[in-house]
Design a binder for this molecule. Structure first.
Ligand SMILES: Nc1ncnc2c1ncn2[C@@H]1O[C@H](COP(=O)(O)OP(=O)(O)OP(=O)(O)O)[C@@H](O)[C@H]1O
Ligand SMILES: [Mg+2]
Length: 208
């Protein structure tokens, strides 16, 4: 089973967007997918409630904030969306139960500063020091033509963390989310460019 944690203590960095998209991607691969949501705002589970029944099914993974149970047997991919400020004891507890952590990051100074502390915290965790968990970064809402797009790789150079991919800023994300869908539910012809952007992240998740 693949267990993926999506985390960044900065609000609005794209955690729920990444969580719902990955869940949809794996559901289209006919994997049994569970989507957990530790955020009190329940963005991911709210989205799941809206998901049309004609689309590949994603299981709702109900978990208490303080007690993160193991995903049920038979599930092939478990994805866990987290709230802003998800750090400290809670992070330490959850990280020992997953094999991948994805950190979505916006290319802005405020977001990068917040990440610096988070990366330092991650580096101290036992599971990370023992290499039991892989950590990767995804640039969110990145316009490759801007100077701020270059900020992200420059910043990550200071850490031993891969920048897996950068996703462009497009209204397609919001338009699909509000219908209980993601870009992966749209025809390939409409999303070719975006699927290409997602591919390095998908490939990284497949490497054991
Ligand atoms: N690549 C993108 N292009 C355009 N809009 C995007 C993109 N990625 C995310 N968004 C939008 O950015 C906003 C914040 O994203 P999201 O809700 O996923 O962040 P979050 O980290 O889960 O926030 P919170 O910390 O509040 O839970 C949303 O309105 C989402 O639709
Ligand atoms: Mg969220």
């Amino acid at each position: 089973m693949r267990k993926i944690l999506i985390a960044n203590p900065k609000g609005g960095s794209g955690k729920s967007t990444l969580s719902t998209h990955l869940a949809t991607y794996f559901a289209w691969q006919e994997d049994a997918v569970m989507l957990g949501d530790l955020d009190k705002q329940h963005s991911s589970h709210h989205w799941l409630n809206l998901r049309p029944s004609s689309l590949p099914f994603i299981h709702r993974w109900d978990i208490g904030e303080d007690k993160i149970a193991r995903p049920p047997q038979g599930c092939q991919v478990a994805i866990l969306d987290t709230p802003a400020c998800f750090t400290g004891k809670k992070l330490k507890h959850v990280i020992s139960k997953v094999d991948h952590v994805i950190v979505p990051v916006l290319p802005s100074a405020f977001d990068l500063w917040a990440c610096a502390d988070f990366f330092a915290e991650l580096a101290e965790l036992k599971a990370v020091r023992r290499d039991e968990v892989k950590i990767g970064v995804v640039g969110m809402r990145v316009n490759p033509r801007t100077q701020s797009a270059q900020q992200l790789p420059d910043f990550l150079n200071r850490y031993d963390l891969p920048l897996l991919t950068c996703l462009r800023d497009t209204q397609l994300y919001n338009q699909t989310i509000q219908r209980g869908m993601t870009l992966f539910d749209l025809p390939h012809s409409k999303t070719e460019r975006d699927r290409e952007e997602w591919q390095p992240l998908i490939d990284w998740l497949h490497v054991r």
